[in-house]
Design a binder for this molecule. Structure first.
Ligand SMILES: Nc1ncnc2c1ncn2[C@@H]1O[C@H](COP(=O)(O)OP(=O)(O)OP(=O)(O)O)[C@@H](O)[C@H]1O
Ligand SMILES: [Mg+2]
Length: 413
């Protein structure tokens, strides 16, 4: 049995149910703000899931390399290893506002310190650095995704300073000292130069006027360090839920759905009404940008909402995980459907998406596509300059620019 916490307070209990299922029960008397998800209000009856965990509890389970690494390290002790075992390990340090502990444990996040500057200067070298970080931080990395990554806590981050200031004034600082940054690596055999690829795609998103967390590329291109957008200045965390949760889908269903229904329409259902027009426009811009960048991995877990209170106003989360996947898979298609197909849309189809699903006037939709084209042109200059300085990036850089050219020609004009 696992104890579930929201915003630092006990919310309920999670346990196995039958052969493969699970059950969650709110504590008696739990108030509405303790809800674990915007999709699971506080109620008396339990929440049962026949296979695996409810999407909100599955949301941050590591996939790929990190999951395998944790399985190898911890499976021996328990004999078997399922999602609940994994949650018990990484539960104390998670993206968002939910934490998990053992039955009798209290909440203690305390992630070890790690200088981000040291990672950026990459003094240990790519592979070595990754092995070191995964060794030290895997068990603190309640974060999903297939690419190798860890959550770390940087000594000099704003949150740490804020805590120190609060302590100096005699105020209680948050009891948990959680992670401040995400460090993403790549496998040279599978996805060479992935960090630089993501870095420049995020630069393009910034130029489109989208909200992008601070992201820094290591000097040798071996890692991308991204600031956590769910971290508040006082060291506590906002709520964050991805679109698998909002669509009541399991992680292995992240490629199921459409941009019209499972993303735009679904967002409307949970979004803050007062901010809806602006957020819809941003979400539409992001979908169109993914097409222009030829990112075939814009699935349900790569869109999210954030909120201060679970019963309050949800906003579109800042942008994350943008990659020109066409570099590695030249024939890549979209991750979800648009007009019933995963083929890249032309500009007309994107314009229609804006007018019919994102409350944009035709002129506005066209203006957004033009803004994306301008952003790509400006970012292309940066890609060329970086290629000059980093010959090892040249091939990937050229493949990115070629993908952007087709994206622009077909999907923006
Ligand atoms: N800056 C951030 N702050 C807080 N949470 C984030 C941030 N960036 C990403 N996340 C969360 O972490 C998850 C994993 O990150 P990301 O999508 O970048 O990893 P990935 O391995 O590239 O994913 P994929 O499996 O889609 O390739 C996201 O789905 C999101 O929930
Ligand atoms: Mg992702």
């Amino acid at each position: 049995m696992i104890k579930v916490w929201t915003d630092g307070s006990e919310a309920g209990w999670l346990d196995r149910l039958g052969e493969r299922g699970s059950v969650f029960l709110y504590l008696p008397g739990a108030r509405a703000e303790r809800a674990v998800s915007v999709t699971m209000p506080v109620r008396l009856p339990s929440w049962e899931t026949r296979f695996g965990l409810a999407p909100i509890f599955e949301m941050n389970l590591p996939e790929g390399v990190l999951r395998e690494r944790l399985r190898l390290a911890f499976a021996k002790a328990t004999g078997t290893f399922d999602d609940l075992d994994l949650l018990a390990i990484v539960g104390r340090s998670q993206v968002g506002r939910i934490r998990y502990t053992g039955e009798a444990e209290s909440l203690q996040e305390d992630v070890p310190f790690q200088s981000v500057d040291e990672i950026l200067a990459s003094r240990r070298g790519g592979g070595d650095l990754f092995r070191y970080l995964i060794e030290k931080f895997a068990a603190y990395s309640g974060i999903s995704g297939v690419q190798p990554k860890v959550l770390v806590r940087d000594e000099s981050s704003a949150a740490v300073l804020a805590e120190a200031r609060a302590a100096a004034r005699g105020r209680t600082s948050p009891s948990h000292k959680g992670a401040t940054h995400i460090v993403k690596f790549w496998d040279a055999n599978e996805f060479p130069q992935l960090a630089a690829n993501e870095h420049f795609c995020l630069r393009a998103a910034e130029r489109c006027g989208l909200d992008v967390p601070r992201h820094r590329l290591a000097e040798d291109g071996a890692a991308l360090v991204v600031d956590r957008f769910d971290l508040r200045a006082d060291g506590t965390y906002r709520g964050c839920e991805d679109f698998c949760v909002l669509n009541a889908r399991r992680t292995d269903e992240k490629y199921r759905g459409s941009y019209e229904g499972s993303v735009l329409k679904r967002f409307e259902q949970f979004a803050a009404p007062s901010e809806l027009p602006g957020d819809l426009e941003r979400l539409y811009t992001l979908i169109a940008l993914n097409c222009a960048l030829r990112n075939g991995d814009a699935h349900l877990k790569n869109f999210a909402i954030v909120y201060e209170e679970v019963w309050g106003e949800a906003r579109l989360a800042p942008v994350f995980d943008l990659i020109t996947t066409a570099v590695y898979l030249p024939a890549d298609k979209m991750a979800l459907t648009l007009n019933g197909t995963t083929r890249w849309p032309d500009a007309k189809a994107l314009e229609r998406l804006g007018t019919t699903r994102a409350q944009c006037a035709p002129a506005k939709a066209r203006q957004i596509l033009q803004r994306i084209a301008d952003a790509l042109a400006d970012t292309a200059r940066e890609v060329r300059a970086y290629s000059k300085e980093h010959p090892e990036f040249r091939e990937v850089g050229e493949a990115m620019l070629s993908a952007w050219r087709s994206g622009q020609a077909h999907s923006l004009q």
